[in-house]
Design a protein around this ligand. Structure first.
Ligand SMILES: [Zn+2]
Length: 191
């Protein structure tokens, strides 16, 4: 498999080198730390796109019209270090809507996490979810937008929407991830 275009689809995407949730969280947290945004709930993803080349030398982005992007909300062309965002998705992010912001964070995740490229997929083996480019991108976006240190695990999803600039469903998924981590930690302590 030589395809290196990462799309925003709710499918498996490309097979990429494995990364654990903890590993992805630490990349997201490292980025917030580098930007001195560890205590800022609302991550400025739109402004950050103008600094992409500082994060990854040679990286850039462009906003394309709907007829050029079709059903793709975002695309990351790994070989060119180029992120493409559909115009309506970009506008949504500029308004502070969770949908567009999540997509832009997801594509940033592809750029930061998948520079090693994709791996060869064996014909008969279904790879585990942690080798999915889409799972990794979504996990990164959730961690970047809603870092563990700023989110109360007891919060309700709707409480995160305005503060973090996320959708209800993204907040809901993130709270489930954080409460699963908490349960795991408790189990570990008990044993
Ligand atoms: Zn994607």
């Amino acid at each position: 498999m030589t395809e290196t275009t990462m799309t925003t689809r709710k499918d498996f995407g490309a097979v990429v080198p494995p990364r654990s949730a903890a590993d992805i969280e630490s990349v997201a947290n490292g980025l917030r730390r580098a930007l001195q945004l560890e205590s800022v709930p609302f991550f400025p993803i739109v402004a950050l796109y103008d600094l992409l080349h500082e994060l990854v030398p040679g990286a850039s982005y462009e906003v394309l019209e709907k007829h050029e992007m079709g059903n793709n909300h975002g695309l990351t062309l790994m070989r060119n270090k180029l992120i493409r965002i559909r115009e309506d998705v970009f506008d949504s992010a500029c308004r502070g809507d969770g949908f567009g912001r999540f997509t832009m964070c997801h594509e940033l995740g592809h750029l930061l996490l998948h520079q090693g490229g994709v791996t060869l997929q064996r014909a008969n083996a279904k790879p585990p979810i942690y080798m999915s480019s889409e799972w990794q991108g979504d996990r990164f976006a959730g961690a970047l937008l809603m870092p563990k240190n700023l989110v109360s695990p007891e919060a309700e999803p709707h409480e995160l929407i305005d503060e973090f600039g996320v959708s209800y469903s993204a907040a809901n998924v993130r709270l489930q991830q954080l409460s699963a981590q908490k349960t795991k930690g408790a189990t570990k302590q008990a044993s």
